[in-house]
Design a protein around this ligand. Sequence first.
Ligand SMILES: Cc1ncc(COP(=O)(O)O)c(C=O)c1O
Length: 438
Amino acid sequence: MSIPGGLVNILPETSQVSPEDHLVIGGCDLVQLAREYGTPLYLFDEGTLRRRCREFVGEFTSRYANTQVLYASKAYSNPALVKLFQEEGLGLDVVSAGELMIARAAGFPLERAYFHGNNKTPQELELALSHGIGRIVVDSFYELDLLEGIAASQGKTVQILLRLSPGIDPHTHAKTTTGIIDSKFGFPIATGQAEEAVWTAQKLPHLDLVGLHCHLGSPIFEVEPYAQALEVLLEFVYYVETMYAFQLKELSPGGGFAIQYVPEIPPPRVSEYAEVITSNIKNWLGAREAPRLLIEPGRSIVGRAGVALYTVGASKEVPGIRKFVSLDGGMGDNIRPVIYGSRYVAVVANRVSAPEEEKVTLAGKYCESGDLLIENITLPRLRAGDLVAIPASGAYCLSMASNYNASLRPPIVMLKEGKARVIRRRETFEDLMRCDVW
Ligand SMILES: Cc1ncc(COP(=O)(O)O)c(C=O)c1O
């Protein structure tokens, strides 16, 4: 038996169907995993994770040797994942003291970590500096001053990049568009604020301005926005090189590389993103020394490797309108459909090849009418107890998970060659009340 055609590029790469018609990932049968760990359950396929890391490193360094791939922790981070990324030679992009401390606890070399964010607190910057963070990606004039003061007080010189806003629309969801002028992130180039930031940073004695950064948004299903952003950024570099003797040692066009969620919307290949980014930089270089290229994939490293597994419970048919089939998870573990209208597909993991028979809406169990994971999907007729797997769930699901309705966040199991390893246990009722003071 084989994986249904439309799902081949959406499910993890090691996915198979067992003779019992069960979905198998990383050599592990999902029906058995559900029995052992319960649902909702999140699975990561180690093979897919490692191959995505190697694909990014390979496609970029083969075209532009001086590239460092930084995994954007916000997509999801935990110590086991951080260790895996370290083994694969990746650096990290962190956006909070929390992400930094997870990396540190996992023994990650923090000189390979870049700290982003539009409002890093004084405490976060102090912590980052005292733990020897690699770079701070400065986002505002407030932060330039703040960081200068903290660096001076610690007797350090800090290497920084400036986050710039190139004013390019990457044609993704408005809430995840970040490189346009009307954005809370970065110094806009068009308004002159980016130039002022370069000038200011160059004068601050404890800051060493080594590079420029932008991030357009996520997910970006086209390659042209990267070319457009680089054109604006590199034009700006010409200008500030001449005006302020600025030297570009590091350059980052950010992350945002898309993955496939539904069969009808395929993303560009990693090689296509790599080609457009590296060729634009190489064409611009001339006699300059090649700056280090930083790229920050998050979703495209962990997204496809992750699968959410739920059990079917109640169903409700509203005659002539629709049929709701409720799962035992929902917006508490995956809020993306609610906040971004994100689309997913589903597979019945205990009978993968069953014929599609009816159109249903897969609802979550949370007390919100909007808690719908997938609307109007055609699936086999679902019965209570069936297992529904939602692929492409590795990014921005667990990292945005909450305890809404005092629910327990799900466990995570890493799968490899027939072995399952728990990398996060299911929360308990004690966990729910751990911070409460009686
Ligand atoms: C600065 C920065 N870099 C990288 C990323 C990662 O984006 P993605 O997970 O789509 O690759 C983000 C996501 O918001 C970001 O803000």
